[in-house]
Design a protein around this ligand. Structure first.
Ligand code: LRH
Ligand code: MN
Ligand code: MN
Length: 430
């Protein structure tokens, strides 16, 4: 691994925290022992956990109204990989990155794979982008892409996705993720059924270009940028498309892409049941696709979703192998800090879910003992698993407190000397 943050610094900060950590880790170990749980097994489980970081997440985000650039923002994919390397070095729970094409376009993808490996990183799903126009593009996506009424525009969008599959092969990516902004802003603008049929025809061509070991992840979103109708608006449309296309197509759930208060954990359960859960884009939200930090608004909802995943894993649900990714936009924080905090919160939910006594839960459910069932589930959520997470990080060379170590390292100031300030404000998500 590249020396992004001094290992001596991480080590000395960890030593300062050591006595308090050991005290707290010991106390938690004894508490769990009384519940018949071996803390050592949980530490191993925490060490094996990983969530992918989006390359677009390390840049300062923005909204439709403005973007306020941050200090030392990454200039290109090389800087983004370095920032992702820092996140992995300190948290040890983000072993892969999820790239977005053409935002991360380079001339040699094999070389980029080697570069990432030097920072201890591999590649997760490649994301295609037909929701924006690029400077060198022949035809506009103004009236949308894979579901466009015009076959030449659909063909251009198909060709881009096939190029992303080729890039994914060079990266060793497990999947191509396709999210389209296609839809309409006016009633009558397009045929609702015609758009879906055009989408399926186009996606058949994309699917046909997949190598046998690559998945096609279909990401639904209720609205935005289309505000009257969206082609792949929910898990129903997503599942229909996946089932139409074939076994390599699966449904990706972005936590922010649903109506407020939708029971996302139940969507997870349904997609697990049908063997089509591709994976996740983790974030948090209050109103819509807010792309806030994971666990920052409603950690209990995050726990309930991750609990469904844990349950599926523990019972060995058929074909269950989801890809976990973060998908957030950081507007008022240092993106590295937000991504580290989020990675820790997602790992926390994973540990809390791992603590749920599945046997006691199913016994309570069978006996229709509602309160016992609820209390059994909640016992996981209410346990402070921080010492397990810290132990898992430190055993792998990570930091006791990733954000404190990052701040002490002066990394942002250091890279700001090489990365010129981006002037001006504009809209957009990256
Ligand atoms: C769409 C989305 C999708 C994109 C990303 C930038 O809202 O969640 O995953 O690829 O944002
Ligand atoms: Mn997403
Ligand atoms: Mn989104």
């Amino acid at each position: 691994m590249g020396m992004l943050i001094s290992e001596d610094l991480i080590g000395s900060l960890n030593e300062t925290a050591r006595a308090a950590h050991e005290d707290e880790f010991g106390a938690l170990g004894r508490k769990l022992e009384r519940r018949g749980v071996d803390i050592e097994a949980l530490v191993k489980r925490a060490m094996a956990w990983s969530v992918a970081v989006p390359t677009w997440g390390v840049g300062t985000g923005g909204t439709r109204f403005a973007r306020f650039p941050g200090k030392g923002e990454p200039r290109n994919i090389h800087d983004k990989l370095a920032d992702c390397g820092v996140i992995q070095q300190l948290t040890r729970g983000t072993r892969t990155v999820s790239p977005h094409i053409p935002w991360d376009k380079v001339s040699d993808y094999n070389a980029l794979r080697q570069e990432a490996a030097q920072d201890g990183l591999g590649f997760d799903a490649v994301n295609s982008n037909t929701f924006q126009d690029q400077a060198d593009q022949a035809l506009s996506y103004r009236y949308r892409s894979l579901a466009n009424a015009r076959s030449d525009i659909r063909a251009q969008a198909v060709a881009h996705n096939i190029e992303c599959i080729e890039i994914g092969k060079a990266f060793g990516s497990p999947a191509l993720t396709v999210w389209i902004g296609d839809g309409t802003n006016f009633a009558g603008q397009q045929s609702l059924s015609g758009m879906f049929e055009n989408y399926l025809k186009a996606m058949e061509e994309v699917y046909a270009a997949l190598p046998p070991n690559m998945g096609l992840f279909i990401e639904h979103k209720m609205y935005e940028p289309a505000f009257y109708s969206t082609v792949i608006s929910d898990w129903g449309a997503s599942l229909m498309a996946a089932q139409h296309l074939g076994p390599q197509a699966q449904c990706l759930v972005d936590l922010g892409h649903h109506a407020p208060n939708v029971n996302i954990e139940q969507i997870v359960a349904r997609l697990v049941h049908v063997g089509r859960l591709a994976g996740f884009h983790f974030n948090d939200s209050k109103y819509g696709d807010d792309d806030l930090d994971s666990g920052s608004v409603d950690p209990f909802r995050l726990f309930l979703v991750v609990n469904e995943l844990d349950e599926a894993e523990q019972r060995g649900a058929k074909g269950f192998d989801p890809a976990y990714m973060i998908d957030q936009s950081h507007n008022v924080t240092d993106p590295i800090e937000s991504l580290m905090a989020s990675a820790v919160e997602i790992a926390r939910a994973h540990m809390q879910a791992s603590l749920v006594d599945r046997k006691a839960l199913s016994e309570a459910q069978e006996a229709n003992d509602v309160m016992a069932a609820h209390r059994t589930l909640k016992a996981g959520f209410l346990t402070d698993v921080s010492p397990i997470l810290a132990e898992a990080r430190m055993r792998q060379g990570g930091a006791y407190d990733p954000i404190a170590a990052y701040r002490a390292s002066g990394y942002r100031d250091r890279v700001a000397q090489e990365r010129p300030e981006v002037k001006g404000a504009g809209g957009g998500i990256v």
